[in-house]
Design a protein. Sequence first.
Length: 195
Amino acid sequence: MADIKSAKEIAMEKLASLGEATEEERLEWKFLPEGEKLAARYLKDDVNIVSELSQQPENGRKYVTRGAIGILVRNISLPRNDFAKKNNKKAMDGLKTVMADKVAVENTLSKIRRIFEHYSQQGAQQKRQAFESLKMDFTAKVRQAMQQQGMPASMKIDVERQPQFQEEWARMQNQLDAQYVKLLDEYKQELLSVK
């Protein structure tokens, strides 16, 4: 009968076949999380990211920087409220500070700012129009349903509080935001590819 191997034996064989980690991989594993923590502290507590980076060991600085860049980029989102706007500005300022190719970074950040501007102006207008249209449609449907049930049509209706209206409005908002999110994600990828 063939030998049956335990899960531990199989795992040990796979681990042995992977080989030893390179010095480069070890440095990345060690310093990338440090950069992520540094960016989180920068966004939360306003630490000086440049001086913190300069205190990192020379052989790990590029990994710390890469970890910080990843977190800063992830923290850029649509400016739906004042907190998001403030967070975006801080993340973008941090990226301009830590990234080496300042021109490429500024070009991409300019594209992102244009998305934000469009979102805040035309996007907000689109949402207001969509909201009013949805509200009118829902009001008409509710009035029709009330008439079918023999209820007086003059009864006051607050459709905005109806769960179905709120669900539909949330779906519609996500749909309107999707075009902006898609473009923003492309520019965030562009930022991550800047050397």
